[in-house]
Design a protein. Structure first.
Length: 282
């Protein structure tokens, strides 16, 4: 390591949606984050290990093992580590209120901040049933949309030849994308609503891979983001103040500061893995 950045000590850290066992997981970045951040309590807010993908095909590089080892080491050295399983690691839900070595497993918990505010902590997929799902379509890029237009053209020529009326695939997709945007809003409002219903001051969740820290309907809505796309975590300092840690920005700043020094070994993943994650369920 050629940087001398000090370790930051937090009261609490929340990380989720690491998706270990998939090529989309940015384990190197998370290892760097874990090296530079310590906390009294670390909440692993679900989708830590991607059981769905691992069942399909085994992918477990050394760095993914290192992440697990590093977290276990923190737990052994006195950090309280609480694992709240998500939909991709729901196999662990059978072990709720048990402990894996030094790691507690819970479905959800109420965390009390240093200033007394109380937050509901859970992955968030528990509310998928009441929210219309279409998130994957939100990731359709422009090029895919153009492809849809092209397909639409040929698709309808074929329909015409078969004597069928025109049906717009592109319109259909557009409609779906609009629904996906409203899915995020619905998710945020549903989770904030649940915290309000329970007379808590806010909620911390993950699941939709969109880091956020703001007030929604009078309560605090916090989403700690993910380690597939946004490389972010939520942190509480010793006064109870919350902030989002954008590790991609920290790394970019470090690279700029280190200009002239030899480049660090952290590298962005190859394109295929970046593409591979596009269609993945949140
Ligand atoms: Mn999830």
């Amino acid at each position: 390591m050629n940087d001398i950045r000090p370790i930051q000590y937090w009261r609490t850290l929340w990380i989720s949606d690491i998706h270990l066992g998939t090529s989309g997981c940015k384990a190197e970045f998370l290892l760097d984050f874990l090296d530079h951040n310590e906390a009294d309590t670390v909440y692993l807010v679900g989708d830590i290990i991607d059981g769905w993908q691992l069942r399909k095909h085994w992918y477990w590089p050394r760095t993914h093992n290192d992440v697990v080892q590093k977290i276990l080491r923190k737990a052994r050295n006195g950090t309280r580590v609480v694992f709240l399983p998500g939909n991709h690691d729901e196999f662990a839900r059978d072990f709720t209120s048990y402990a894996f070595g030094d790691i507690e497993v819970q479905d959800e918990v109420v965390h009390t901040l240093a200033d007394g505010r109380r937050l509901l902590v859970l992955h968030g997929d528990q509310f998928d049933g009441v929210i219309q799902h279409g998130k994957w379509l939100a990731r359709l890029g422009d090029s895919l949309y153009n492809l849809a237009l092209w397909l639409n053209h040929h698709f309808n020529r074929l329909r015409h030849r078969c004597g069928l009326h025109y049906w717009s695939l592109s319109q259909y997709l557009k409609h779906k994308v609009k629904n996906a945007v409203s899915f995020i809003t619905d998710f945020e409002e549903t989770l904030a609503g649940e915290a309000r219903r329970r007379r808590l001051d806010g909620v911390v969740c993950g699941h939709i891979h969109k880091a956020e820290l703001r007030e929604v309907g009078g309560v605090l809505y916090c989403n700690d983001g993910d380690w597939v796309e946004s490389l972010s975590a939520l942190a509480e300092d010793h006064e109870g103040r919350l902030q989002l840690l954008d590790w991609a920005a920290v790394l970019a700043a470090r690279c700029t500061a280190a200009r002239g020094r030899p480049p660090r070994t952290l590298a962005l993943p190859a394109l295929p893995s970046a593409l591979g994650r596009q269609s993945r369920h949140p």
